[in-house]
Ligand binder design. Sequence first.
Ligand SMILES: [Fe+2]
Ligand SMILES: [Fe+2]
Length: 327
Amino acid sequence: MSRIDKPRTQHQNTDKSRLLEQLDEDIQELNQLKQKIKQLEEEKQLKEQQLEQLDTTSAQVPSVMFNTTYREYRQYDLAYNRVKEFYKEQHRYQTVAYNIQARINFKTKVRDKMTIWDALLKLNHLLDESDPDTELSQIEHAFQTAEAIRKDNKPRWFQLVGLIHDLGKLLYFYESKGQWDVVGDTFPVGCRYSTKIIHHEFFKDNPDYKNPLYNTKYGIYSPHCGLENVMLSWGHDEYMYHLAKEQSRLPPQALAMIRYHSFYPWHQEGAYKYLMNKKDEEMLKAVKEFNPYDLYSKTDVKCNLEEVKDYYIELIDEFFPKKVIDF
Ligand SMILES: [Fe+2]
Ligand SMILES: [Fe+2]
């Protein structure tokens, strides 16, 4: 019997689900806002340059122009405080030793056996049984992302990535130690932490921070060794990537989208270029193409599951021919 089926109390799962869901939404919101602020700052700079070129009377106009920027900053601040505590834990506990152990656990155990479709329903049930007020359920996010990709006539494997990219969150109900090894931005372990990682200051509490094996620029890696050879902090992305790599026919770009979708320091901030090889350049393009669908596909229009079910079951079967998957 897997841990997920053990007779846990409803109450236990309820609290757990609510915590993860809430935090995950905050992290997503924060990543959205970070990107938006970056964009707004560029626009603001441009506007300021334009204003400098205008005469003094028109130069008095600008205050309203920056209202949006201020609002965005306020929202960012609120989400920022909620998420800060999370990153304090994540940066402290994501050590090389923990990551090796997590991979051993992954390879030596089967936590569940079910179809991808049933796994989607299970995740949805586990995370939402408790929280009817959740803005967007897991399954809604999965289908909205997939449907947005489908609407843009992207390849079938790309649509499937939309559907399953967050399925690894099931990990939270199997053997995770907390939220810090399921969600949040990811980063390489075993080499120096980039200052581009959100709240990098918290890494000083991580024992690896002072370990000379792990705290140099390359640490246990070599220049341009390729991200395939780099251990990324363990969470839903890594878990789902390894699972899909072993049990699906998804192409490398699809696997990269799954594996790196929370690797914001890399795909948005340009960190760790010195670990990339030629293949990673291609993968980066793919991950960047996926990111807007993950962040901005939320709509209030509910997806009719019965209407799309046949389409997606066929899509899943095309790339997961084994049907019943080892989770
Ligand atoms: Fe995710
Ligand atoms: Fe997502």
